[in-house]
Design a protein around this ligand. Structure first.
Ligand code: NAD
Ligand code: IPM
Ligand code: MN
Length: 347
């Protein structure tokens, strides 16, 4: 029997509820598909930080390296631990250490879900650069607390980093409708974004079968609202991709529907699967978090592990659930009601 070792990091707030929901669906899909999922849970979170002074143990990355994949809920409890500490202590180092450079975030409406737009027939996949750019963590502050204070945050774009994520996007476009949108702000940012545009043109010459369009981030934000059906694969830098994918979540009905896969395409380390959303402190403990984004992320994990039949079965169960009206309106159904409906629809 095939056997996959999964590291589970539920994290903070609703991360715990949605991970538990997704895990129950994954376990049932594994039983039906006759493969084994062995989950090992790690309590790494803001609560863990408060007990130990660190978001994960010093050898946390080494521990995770032994797993086939990571399923994560959400990290962050800003009322008690600053986000700059919690995210830089756990989530961001994992993406970087395992070279999960391609962050795949699909945006489409599940049946029965009413998005805020007139357009319904869109099917976008955002590929977000996930290891460098604006998230490089380079910078500093001088003259702190004085009128002369200066804060610098440096974006670092490398040829290797930009080329590999764009190439990944071109390959995805080939598997889909053959269209790639490259997003920059090269009219204002004259080093990094002009560099990104140049590499886009170089690769476009190698993929003559892919139709490439270059957009500025501001225009892309408007296009995702006004004409989302005109988009196929959208490739963007770390920060631009972060913002566009919350916008993508909004047009697909809300953050509770937006799934995400942090992929290491070279498979030199585990990939990580998590919803786009965060720990949602405003609804934590209410039992109303939508688990669909995390269940969908779990399906992406099974697909990555070559359990494609089980992945498809979960996506069908999600579609059947929302088509029946369950989980479609934020806050209407409880997490456990939605999860039970998905589990029933798996049969
Ligand atoms: P958020 O995504 O947690 O919440 C934004 C809004 O969306 C809230 O109103 C929330 O209730 C709603 N929402 C989110 N997920 C939902 C779901 N599954 N079902 C129903 N409603 C949902 O963003 P935020 O409030 O900016 O961040 C809260 C914390 O989470 C912060 O510490 C932030 O840094 C962190 N965060 C972590 C991740 C991650 O771990 N990947 C992602 C985003 C934010
Ligand atoms: C996401 C989140 C993270 C990001 C934060 C919590 C650092 O917003 O996964 O989209 O910006 O990557
Ligand atoms: Mn985000």
């Amino acid at each position: 029997m095939t056997h996959h070792r999964i590291a589970l990091i539920p994290g903070d707030g609703i991360g715990r509820d949605v991970t538990a929901a997704a895990w129950s669906v994954l376990e049932k899909a594994a039983a039906i598909g006759k493969f084994r999922l062995e989950g090992t849970e790690f309590p790494w979170s803001c609560a863990f930080y408060k007990q130990t002074g660190a978001m994960m143990p010093a050898d946390g990355i080494q521990i995770l390296r032994g797993f086939d994949a990571i399923l994560l809920g959400a990290i962050g409890w800003p009322a008690e631990v600053p986000d700059s500490v919690s995210l830089h202590g756990l989530l961001l180092p994992i993406r970087k250490a395992f070279v999960q450079y391609a962050n795949i975030r699909p945006h489409r409406l599940l049946p029965g879900v009413q998005g805020p737009l007139k357009a319904e027939a869109f099917d976008i996949v955002c590929i977000r650069e996930n290891t460098e750019g604006e998230y490089s963590g380079a910078g500093g502050r001088v003259h702190q607390g004085t009128a002369d204070e200066v804060a610098v945050e440096t974006s670092i774009f490398t040829r290797t980093g930009v080329e590999r994520v764009l190439r990944f996007g071109f390959e995805q476009a080939r598997l889909r409708r053959g269209k790639l949108a490259s997003v920059t702000k090269s009219n204002a940012q004259k080093y990094s974004m002009v560099f990104w545009d140049e590499i886009t043109r170089e690769l476009a010459a190698q993929y003559p079968d892919v139709e490439v369009t270059m957009y500025h981030i501001d225009a892309m934000a408007a296009r995702m609202v006004m004409a989302p059906e005109s988009l196929d694969v959208v490739v963007a830098s770390n920060l631009f991709g972060d913002i566009l994918t919350d916008l993508g979540a909004a047009i697909q009905g809300g953050l509770g529907f937006a799934a995400s896969a942090n992929i290491n395409p070279d498979r030199s380390g585990p990939s990580m699967f998590e919803p786009v959303h965060g720990s949602a402190p405003d609804i934590a403990h209410l039992g109303i978090a939508n688990p669909i984004a995390t269940i969908w992320s779990g399906a992406m994990m099974l697909d990555h592990l070559s359990e494609t039949d089980a992945a498809r079965r979960i996506m069908e169960a999600l579609k059947r659930t929302t088509a029946s009206g369950i989980g479609t309106v934020p806050g209407k159904d409880r997490t456990e009601t939605i999860t039970a409906a998905v589990l029933a629809a798996l049969d």
